[in-house]
Design a protein around this ligand. Structure first.
Ligand code: GLU
Length: 474
């Protein structure tokens, strides 16, 4: 029987969950789904100085939000690398016992000094193999180094093809530090071997590690995995996305109201595209079509504006009830900008279809409707100045007020009143309604105006117009 493919995602919990990490996780997840394989989540938490349980939980929660968690039978874990430290050390010691690794007592300064003194640059970068045959054992200040064999190492990569490394360019790298702790290279391989990993799909920055790790796999008597190193994500300046410079946290986008489905779909279009004339497709189509062999080799631009437009499409594709449910956290509880007593879910339900067609991020929903849930809106000064700078603004708003006093209180009739005044003054509706919008909503932009005015009611609307007209006069 063929072996079940086992993929893994192995993040180090050193910060918020990076969108690049999310893409790598999705690749592994999709491949596991395609092949009836397994997706192993392994938290590589061995760097005590940088790890934090909060980041670990953040990764687990963000993956679950993307639909990658134990509720699906393809998921396995999470495993924690720190729990396996003894296995990492045992594997390193096995390599020593077999002569495939050796101890060395040179300090970094010693190594630099030797490199300088040797006059000619050693073929191996950095360390020159000084202790290879000195027969040292473990001891204070001794590191364990891997004895890199002669020859070449060919990494068969599903994205990059065959990548050949000349072993003479790879120094005898460290497996155990002088304090006995294992380094990433061996911890990562030993966990992969013990967890039966058959496919390593990860970020391109790990490609230089692949030949070293493949040698460790071989030395430990295991068959190396199938490799795939996926191109990095870059910002608008084509610089690699960085935590310090760019907005990269999945958690942050989630807070802003990017939908998980939109984010998944968008991330999967970076360096790859589904067939057909639109990139916005059901996740199942991506699962059906995705192939590592068709992932682009060059870095992919993570375009926030494009992700938001994907999000807007996903929002529009929801039913109104789904949209209302998705907005819930922004409308009630601590994120809501109004007092709960002022909020009326029925009023929101009435206006929701208008908001749904206009919003890109769910976090922007409250500011589009807050004027419905307060006594008087706060007037944005810049919007006010702009809307009332023309000398027709005050008189026409007054005329609108008069028209509103007796007309039928329905959006269409309200609009007709304003249109008529527009005709009389040779003003287009868009222009004429600007002062009215500022009076009613406090802002110059928002959803269509007349439905909300209908919801607000005659008395409240007239009161708001009066307040702004009074402000104008004063
Ligand atoms: N823990 C490593 C990282 O977060 C990943 C190693 C791997 O995928 O092999 O960069």
């Amino acid at each position: 029987m063929a072996q079940t493919p086992r993929y893994r995602f192995a993040p180090s919990p050193t910060g918020y969950f990076h969108v690049g990490g999310a893409r790598t996780a999705l690749y592994n997840w999709i491949l596991a789904l395609q092949t009836s394989g397994v997706f192993v989540l392994r938290i590589e938490d061995t760097d005590d100085s940088r790890n934090n349980p909060q980041w670990t939980q953040g990764i687990i929660d963000a993956l679950a939000w993307l639909g990658i968690d134990g509720s699906d039978s393809h998921f396995e874990g999470p495993y924690f690398q720190s729990a396996n430290a003894a296995l990492h050390v045992a594997a390193a010691e096995k390599l020593f016992a077999q002569g495939k690794a050796y101890y060395c007592d040179l300090t970094t300064e010693d190594i630099q000094k030797r490199a300088k003194e040797s006059g000619k640059q050693s073929e191996r970068q950095g360390y020159d193999g000084y202790s290879r045959d000195r027969g040292l054992g473990p001891g204070p200040g001794h590191v364990l180094r891997f004895r890199v064999p002669q020859g070449k190492t060919v990494v068969k990569d599903q994205v990059r093809g065959e990548v050949e490394f000349d072993n003479s360019t790879i120094e005898d790298f460290v497996l155990l530090r002088s304090n006995g702790s294992p380094v990433f290279l061996i911890a990562n391989v030993v966990d992969d071997i013990n967890q039966g990993i058959t496919h390593v799909v990860r970020a391109e920055e790990h490609l230089p590690n692949a030949p070293k790790q493949q040698m460790i796999w071989d030395a430990l008597g295991s068959t190396p995995p199938s490799w795939a190193h996926v191109p990095v994500l870059v910002n608008e300046q084509r610089k690699k996305l960085s935590k310090r410079r760019d907005k990269v946290a999945v958690e942050q986008y989630r807070e802003e109201g990017i939908l998980a489905d939109a984010m998944k779909n968008y991330l999967m279009t970076l360096g790859w595209a589904p067939t057909g004339d639109t990139e916005i497709v059901p996740f199942q189509k991506i699962v059906d079509e995705f192939a590592l062999g068709s992932v682009n080799h060059s870095p992919a631009f993570f375009d926030i504006v494009k992700m938001q437009s994907f999000n807007a499409e996903y929002i529009r594709a929801m039913t109104v009830d789904e949209f209302i449910a998705a907005c819930e956290v922004w409308l009630t509880g601590e994120r809501a900008p109004w007092k709960q007593a002022d909020y009326d879910a029925k009023v929101f339900a009435e206006i929701a279809p208008l908001v749904q067609t206009r919003v890109q991020l769910l976090q922007d929903v409250p500011s589009m409707v807050d004027f419905l849930f307060c006594e008087m809106p706060a007037i944005d000064e810049a919007s006010y100045v702009k809307a009332f700078s023309a000398d027709w603004a005050g008189p026409t708003l007054l005329a609108i007020r008069e028209g509103f006093k007796n007309c039928e209180w329905k959006a269409d009739s309200l609009k007709a009143v304003v249109e008529k005044i527009g005709e009389e003054n040779s003003l287009k509706l868009g222009k004429l309604q600007a002062p009215l919008r500022v009076a009613v909503t406090g802002r110059s932009v928002g959803p269509p105006l007349f439905e909300p005015i209908e919801l607000l009611g005659r008395d409240a609307t007239i009161k708001r117009i009066d307040a702004v007209l009074a402000k104008k006069v004063s």
